[in-house]
Design a protein around this ligand. Sequence first.
Ligand SMILES: Cc1cc2nc3c(=O)[nH]c(=O)nc-3n(C[C@H](O)[C@H](O)[C@H](O)COP(=O)(O)OP(=O)(O)OC[C@H]3O[C@@H](n4cnc5c(N)ncnc54)[C@H](O)[C@@H]3O)c2cc1C
Length: 401
Amino acid sequence: MDFSYTPEQEAFRAELRAFLERQHAELFGRQGLASNSVSFLDVTDDADWERLMEYHRRLYNAGYLALHWPKEYGGAGADPVTLAIYQDEVLRLGLPMYGANQVAIDRIGPTIILMGTEEQRRRYLPKMLTGEEIWSQGYSEPNAGSDLASLRTSAVIDGDHFVVNGQKVWTSVAHRSDFQCLLVRTDFNAPKHRGISYLLVDMHSPGITIRPLVQITGERGFNEVFYDNVRVPRKNLVGELNQGWQVSIATLMYERISGGARHPVERDLERLIEVTRRVEFGGMPAHRHPYVREKLAQFSIEARALRLARYRALTAMGKKAPGPESSFGKLLATEINLRLALFADELLGPYNGLAPDSIGAVDGGRWSQKLIGARALTIAAGSSEIQHNIIGERILGLPKD
Ligand SMILES: Cc1cc2nc3c(=O)[nH]c(=O)nc-3n(C[C@H](O)[C@H](O)[C@H](O)COP(=O)(O)OP(=O)(O)OC[C@H]3O[C@@H](n4cnc5c(N)ncnc54)[C@H](O)[C@@H]3O)c2cc1C
């Protein structure tokens, strides 16, 4: 098998790399982000958000933002190799994969392309791309997380509108969002998976209250969102009434594919190898310690396996809508990411507990921030336990949980 790239692909990579390096230096490089964010979605600092928006606009104007979307809806309809090059180059610098509008570009836009009406596509997709309308995802509720189908936020039909009442929680980026895909119960008598509908909701509608939740990092990226008689036009229903579960699963699978491709594990590993040259472990330079060397070798193998899993997901994505196999990359990426952060913690010991601006903090405290964030990412988009269940039941055909 020939794994080499064509001259055209190499030219694409070179141009993209130069573009990304310029953006990295101008927008993120020297200053970094002020926020110690779990992910780019969670940036709290307004100046950081503005830089992220500027990055988004530049990515869009340069034609790189939604390479995976079809051309007729503003994407590039790119082939899997081009997409792989894009991912590799973005990960190489640890930049945000989809600008500031990740939720729209990686999952809601593709869902609307797959299952929305033509009117919905024409209305919503262009402004997702330009970043004029930022999106969030209203799924989880206080009593419906892993068991999402137990959700209770209700929508009752009143003429040309749904009237929505209830509460969502853990809604990333809700406070910056203009629109949201919202899961609501439209039939309380049907079996729980059959009474759910998927709505597109204007977040500036009367009756919506957004309250920030402060994370352990001090960031305020999550929110509780309350809906009090919020009127949503009926034309904002995606798919059939009461058939929203299928639509919601499509969004989740796109989200998990993206979750398997966004973590710059190889870059983090390189950084950690650099750290091992500067610190001691077990009374000797860490990079000479056999235990450390063995761990680093193991992570290198896993990082390469993750890269190949990412490529495989891209090949599959070109052929069909994502299925339960999307859980695999998400699980692999977030678990490696977590174990890497745990190993950094073991390596640095008490130094990893120092506040980012303390004397003695290693790498500006990035590894302790990473540890906190890495745990959260194994929960977002469905916890690791749930991904194990999906892989066991739906791919391996094991008995139900
Ligand atoms: C960083 C981050 C971003 C998020 N962003 C959003 C967002 O934008 N929009 C949104 O709607 N939600 C969001 N969430 C919420 C996320 O989807 C839920 O936290 C997740 O689905 C888990 O639900 P829960 O928190 O209610 O935990 P629970 O469902 O209560 O789970 C508690 C524990 O029990 C385990 N468990 C539950 N059921 C089973 C089972 N059947 N088998 C084995 N173990 C089980 C879980 O794995 C977990 O360890 C986000 C979460 C995080 C961490």
